[in-house]
Design a protein. Structure first.
Length: 319
């Protein structure tokens, strides 16, 4: 009965998540179509009748268009981030529900590696801002509108594309960002206690990341047979890379407790409600554990960095 109730709760949460994603995506699509249509019509009307319209009217209208478009762009940037979070949450729920080919897990990320919804926004919003800038400077001789408008477009295009890239491929941008701070011993204790409150599975996941320095994909590829009787764990990296890492007694205890509940049969290590956890599901476990421990936005990489820092000999920048 408890399993049935849990499945029903997850199904209800999944339905609500899907509705939220569709509502945001639909509104974004309407904005992307409506905004250039209104802007283009307004600019053609005003510039085409420039002799009939007072010159001092152009600057305030252009500034008004810039302000409104900037507000809509701010909403679009927030919507990009929110949709990214909804997609990740949807993948985690699909993993828990055993839906390997559902809409979030099987959705194409892009076309030709770059074309997606944010890619379209990256052209439309900067183009509209450039158009309103051109109008605001239409009769201003001190600032060359032929130079300012392209600069506005290029800066906006690059900014949106980099923001989208930071969400889709955080590892690519991580090399340009400061190395994440390792958890203090107090913070680590809070994380471990929060994981214990969440259950033996989540406590074991945190132990693998924190005491073996596993990458999230290495944690996700674990099978039961990768936990050895000698207190070691085999981590499967990219390609055929396999490394064996010794575990401290506390991590061995947490893994043993999970295997007692899960069973020692072969197969994926981390079971959800209706199937093995994906990398996204493991990331969600870490995020939720961090929230419980009052450490928001805790990510698997920070646990790995903490492991490298504790080892002393590892270079955290290379982790």
């Amino acid at each position: 009965m408890a399993d049935t109730d849990g499945f029903n709760h997850l199904s209800s949460a999944y339905d609500q998540l899907c509705n939220s994603y569709r509502a945001i995506d639909d509104f974004r699509a309407k904005l992307l179509g409506f905004l250039p249509l209104v802007t283009g019509g307004g600019l053609i009307l005003l510039t085409g009748r420039a002799d009939d319209v007072r010159k001092e009217f152009f600057r305030p209208v252009g500034i008004f268009g810039i302000v409104v478009t900037t507000g809509l762009l701010a909403y679009e940037i927030f919507a990009i981030k929110k949709c990214d979070a909804l997609i990740k949450g949807g993948k985690a729920l699909e993993s828990e529900l055993g839906l390997p080919n559902a809409q979030f897990t099987s959705r194409p990320n892009n076309v030709l590696h770059v074309i997606n919804e944010p890619f379209a926004a990256a052209f439309i919003y900067p183009a509209v801002l450039a158009a309103w800038s051109y109008l605001a400077l239409f009769f201003d001789q001190s600032l060359p509108r032929e130079i300012i408008s392209p600069i506005v477009f290029i800066v906006g295009l690059a900014g949106i594309l980099l923001f989208d890239l930071s969400l889709r491929k955080p590892c690519f941008l991580r090399r340009f960002l400061p190395v994440p701070r390792a958890l203090t011993k107090t913070e680590q204790g809070r994380v471990e206690r929060a994981a214990a409150r969440r259950g033996v599975r989540d406590r074991a996941i945190i132990a693998v990341l924190l005491y073996a320095g596993a990458r999230v994909e290495e944690c996700g590829r674990l099978d039961a047979e990768d936990v050895t009787r000698t207190g070691h764990i085999r981590l499967h990296g990219k390609g055929d890379e396999v490394r064996t890492v010794p575990l401290p007694p506390v991590a061995c205890e947490h893994l043993a407790a999970w295997l007692d509940k899960r069973g020692t049969h072969d197969g994926p290590m981390w079971a959800g409600q209706c199937g093995p956890l994906t990398d996204s599901g493991i990331t969600q476990v870490v995020l939720a554990t961090g929230e419980d421990a009052r450490i928001p936005r805790l990510c698997p990489h920070r646990l790995r960095h903490t492991y490298a820092t504790r080892q002393g000999g590892a270079d955290p920048a290379q982790v």
